[in-house]
Design a protein around this ligand. Sequence first.
Ligand SMILES: Cc1cc2nc3c(=O)[nH]c(=O)nc-3n(C[C@H](O)[C@H](O)[C@H](O)COP(=O)(O)OP(=O)(O)OC[C@H]3O[C@@H](n4cnc5c(N)ncnc54)[C@H](O)[C@@H]3O)c2cc1C
Length: 385
Amino acid sequence: MQSAFDVAVVGAGIAGAGAAADLSDGHNVLLLEQEERPGMHATGRSAALHLEIYGNALIRALTQASRDFFEQGAGAKTFAGPRGCLHIASNEQLPALEAIAAEANVADVVEWIDARQACDLVPVLREDYIAAALSERFAYDLDVDAIHHHFLKRLRQQGGVIHSSARAMDCTYDGAQWTIVTPHATFTAKILVNAAGAWGDVVARSAGVAPIGLTPCRRSALIVDAPDGTSPAQWPAVIDIGGEFYFKPEAGKILMSPADETPSEPCDTFPEELDLAIAVDRVQKAADIPVRRIEHSWAGLRTFAADRSPVVGFDPDHPAFFWLVGQGGYGVQTSPALSRLAGALVRGEEIPAALAARGIRAEQLSPARFHTASQRQPRGCVATE
Ligand SMILES: Cc1cc2nc3c(=O)[nH]c(=O)nc-3n(C[C@H](O)[C@H](O)[C@H](O)COP(=O)(O)OP(=O)(O)OC[C@H]3O[C@@H](n4cnc5c(N)ncnc54)[C@H](O)[C@@H]3O)c2cc1C
C-alpha cells in the first residue's frame, strides 16, 4: 500500500473531494475520510440548491463563479436542473428585500415580481401574506451526488488514493513532512489540507495548529406530501427573506426547513421534533400546505467562521497546513470555485483569473484574518448577511 504522498486531504465531503481532484493534476494526492464512505455528513444532507443572491458578497461572487461548471456538467451528466427561486417578503420585510436587491452582484440576477405573479408561479402561496418577491434567474437544483462523484472519479483517474474508515487521529510535522496516523495505517505527506467540515478545528488541534473558532450549526429539513390536486414539480423554491423558512419541490413532494442555526458540537446530528414543528408552522403562514404526516426528516451541520466567509489558505503560523473550511450553507454551490482556488493556492499560484475578475481576493479567504485570539472567537450561528 502506498504511504507517501505530496498532499493529504482530510475529509472527503464535497470540499475535500473537489480540492483533491484539482490537486491530483500534477500531485500525488491522498484523500482520507473517517466514515465508511465519503459524503455522509453535510454534503449528503444539503437542500441541493444553487442560489446566487444567498450569503454575503464574497459567497455570492464564489457562487456566480461556479455557475459555468454546473451548467456545463461533465460528458452526458448534467449537474444543474432548472428550479428558480422566489425570495418573498411580507409588508414588514420589504425594506430587507430592497436592501438585498441593492447589494453588489445582485441586480443582474434578479427580477422584482408582485404577489399575484408569485402566486401564479407557486399557487399555494397566500397572496395576502406577500408584499413583493425577488425572482432569481440562475437558481438551480444541483445533483450533489453526481458532482461529488465527479470529483472523486477525477481524483482516482489522476492517480489519487481514497481511504475511507480512516480518521486522521494524530498529525505531526517534522519540518519536512507530516506523519498522519489513522486507525489502520500511517501515511506521510508534504502538505496537509484540512477539509474536515464541522471537525475543522478538531483536526487543527490534532496537528498542533491553533483552531480558528469554527461554529457548526444544525439545520433541519423534512419532506411532506404535496397538497392534493397540486403538481409542484415546476414550482420555484420559496425562501423567506427574513431567514425563517424555505420550501421547494422534491421528487413530487415538498421539502421544507425552519432555516434553523443551532450551535452544535461536531457530530452525526439529527433533527429535534420542535424544529420540525416550527418549520411547518412558519411555512403555513405564507403557504397553504396542509401537513398530515412528516414522511422523512434529517439534519446536518453547516459550519461557519466568525465572519461567515469560507477559510481557504495556508495557516499563517504553519506553512504546510492548509485550511479549506467554513463553507456554511453554501459549500455545494461554491465547490467548483473553492476547489480551483484551493488547488491554485496550494500550488503557490495566483488566484485563478476567473475568480479575480469577480473581485475575489485571496486575503478575503485567508486564515490570517483569524490570527489573533479575539478574531478566533466563535460568534455562534447568527446570520449577519
Ligand atoms: C440541511 C442543509 C441544507 C443545505 N443546503 C445547501 C444548499 O442548498 N446549497 C449549498 O451549497 N449548501 C447547502 N448546505 C451546506 C453544504 O451541505 C455544506 O456547506 C457542504 O456540504 C460542506 O462540505 P464539506 O466537505 O466542507 O463538509 P462535509 O460534507 O461535512 O465533509 C467533511 C468530511 O470530513 C470528514 N472528517 C472529519 N474529521 C475527519 C478526520 N479526522 N479524518 C478523516 N475525515 C474526517 C467527515 O466525516 C466529513 O465526511 C446545506 C447543509 C445542510 C445541513
